[in-house]
Design a protein around this ligand. Structure first.
Ligand SMILES: *Cc1c(COP(=O)(O)O)cnc(C)c1O
Length: 238
């Protein structure tokens, strides 16, 4: 049985190889370890193997894990990557470091209002519905510019970039297409918001099955769960 540490090592190998294939430095890609449905002990193992960034999908499960691992809090960065309802924004603003799944202004406004003043601004990626109607979550490409403009203006948030969960596809070239589209949208946003004091440095795309395709198109944060921890065995409502 491969340990979590072995599996993590393997993912860094994949990242390195994917970067080398397109002439990018391996350090240009951050691994976000997606720990949803796995226990705090698994996060501890990943931490012991050197990982510091963890992604959670479900607000309550994430909060429970953050509390359980309070002794490591200063070393860890917690990212919410799953859908966020407006009645759950407050604890997210209080306890997470990043939210990748903002797709409505109302959610962003609440996160900004509820971010405790003692904490640094909450890092935000806007989730884009890059595969069109297939996915329920995410802002459309057409509505993205206005949302980005409005979110960028909120005081306690720091708009960092874009996130997407494309439709699964089996072959590499098909996998690349939505990633290429998201990268183009970030480029466009950078042009549009130029002159504002923003750091639009994050392209959060690529998961266990398609991180190579995402990296080929410029991903700099890949979100990997099952390739590290194995198949998720229980479904959970958010
Ligand atoms: C579950 C999930 C991941 C990780 O998916 P794997 O295929 O297990 O690597 C990444 N991003 C989001 C938004 C997820 O919900």
């Amino acid at each position: 049985m491969a340990t979590i540490a072995n599996k993590i090592q393997e993912q860094h190998g994949r990242i390195e190889k994917a970067c080398a294939a397109v002439g990018r430095p391996a350090q240009s890609v951050t691994l976000l370890v997606v720990s949803k449905t796995f226990p705090g002990s698994a996060v501890r193992e990943a931490h012991a193997a050197g990982e510091r960034r963890f992604g959670e999908n479900y607000v309550q499960e994430g909060l429970d894990k953050i509390a359980e691992l309070a002794d490591l809090r200063a070393e860890l960065e917690w990212h919410l990557i799953g859908p966020l309802q407006s009645n759950k924004t407050k604890p997210v603003a209080q306890h997470f470091d990043w939210v990748h799944s903002v797709d409505r202004l109302k959610i962003a406004q609440r996160l900004s209002e509820q971010r405790p003043p003692a904490l640094p601004p909450l890092n935000i990626c806007l989730q884009v519905n890059i595969s069109g109607e297939a996915s329920k979550s995410g802002v459309s490409a057409a509505e993205l510019p206005d949302l980005a403009q409005a979110v960028a203006a909120l005081p306690n948030l720091r708009l960092r970039g874009l996130m997407a969960v494309p439709e699964p596809a089996a072959d590499f070239e098909t996998q690349r297409q939505p990633h290429r589209a998201l990268a183009a949208l970030l480029e466009e946003l950078r042009r549009q918001l130029k002159g504002q004091d923003l750091t639009l440095d994050t392209l959060s795309m690529g998961m266990s099955a398609d991180l190579e395709a995402a990296i080929a198109e410029g991903a700099n944060m890949v979100r990997v769960g099952s390739a590290i921890f194995g198949a998720r065995t229980y479904p959970q409502a958010s």
